[in-house]
Design a protein around this ligand. Sequence first.
Ligand code: CIR
Length: 261
Amino acid sequence: MKPPTRRAPLRAIVREVPDSFAGALCRDPHGRPPRPDVARDQHASYVHALESLGVAVTVLPADESLPDCPFVEDMAVVAGGVAFVTFPGAPSRRDERRAVRAALAAHLPVVGMEGPATLDGGDVLKVGSTLVVGRSGRTDAGGVAALRQTFEPLGYTVIDVAVGDALHLKTQVSAPRADLVVMSPGWLDPHVLPPDASVLVVPEAEKLGANVVGIGESVLVAEGFPETEKLLRGKGLEVVTVDVSEFGRADGSVSCLCLFY
Ligand code: CIR
C-alpha cells in the first residue's frame, strides 16, 4: 500500500519550559545548566515563528516533575495519519508521554509501544515514504521493530542505521521537504535515502545546523549557521532563524521542540 500523500504539516504540539528545566538531561557533565527563564523567552519566539508560518500550535503546560518536557519530538512519530507514541530511552522522560498522547488522541488514531524496547522520536527521520531510524543510546532493536511493525503496513519503508557519537540520529540530519535532506558530512549513507531526495551537506563547522524544520517552502534554522542558511536559500527555501541556544545546553535543537501532526 502506498502511504497517503503528505500535506503540509500545519498543526504542531509544543510544551512549555518548567523551572526544573535547569536539571534537564545533558550529555556533557561539565556543561552549563540551561536557564529556564532564558529558555522560556526563546521558546516564546519559537512558537511565534511557527505561528507566523501558518502553523496552528497547541501549547501544552509544563510539568515540574518532567525537566525535559519541552522536547516533545521524542514522544511520538506521526506518519500516515497515525500517531505512534514511543517508549523513550531515558526513564526520567517516560511520563512526558501522557500529555502528548492525550493531545494527539484528540485528532488521530494513536498506537503505542511498551518497554523494554525503547525509541525516541529524535531518532526517526521521515523522508517522503521512508523512515530512517537510528539505533542510538536511546533507541534499540526492539524499538526499531515496533516502528517497523506499525508503519510498514501503512506503506512506509523503514531502514535502520547506527548512530555514531550523538544523542539522536536527527542531531545532525533533517528533511525540511519530502525531497530534501540536510546533513553533516558523512552523517548518513545517501543509499538509505529515497533516490529522488537531494542531499545538502553542511560544512563540518556547522554540523549542528543540519537539524532544521521545514514548513511548506520555509525552513526554521538555528541561529549561527550562515552557510547552512545559504545552502537552503539556494534550494528556494525561505529561511527563518530561531535562537534555541538555551535548549542546546540540554542537547536539544530546532526539531526537538515541536511535534507536527
Ligand atoms: C534528552 O537528553 O533527552 C534531552 N535533554 C534532549 C532531547 C533532545 N531531543 C531531540 O533532539 N529530539
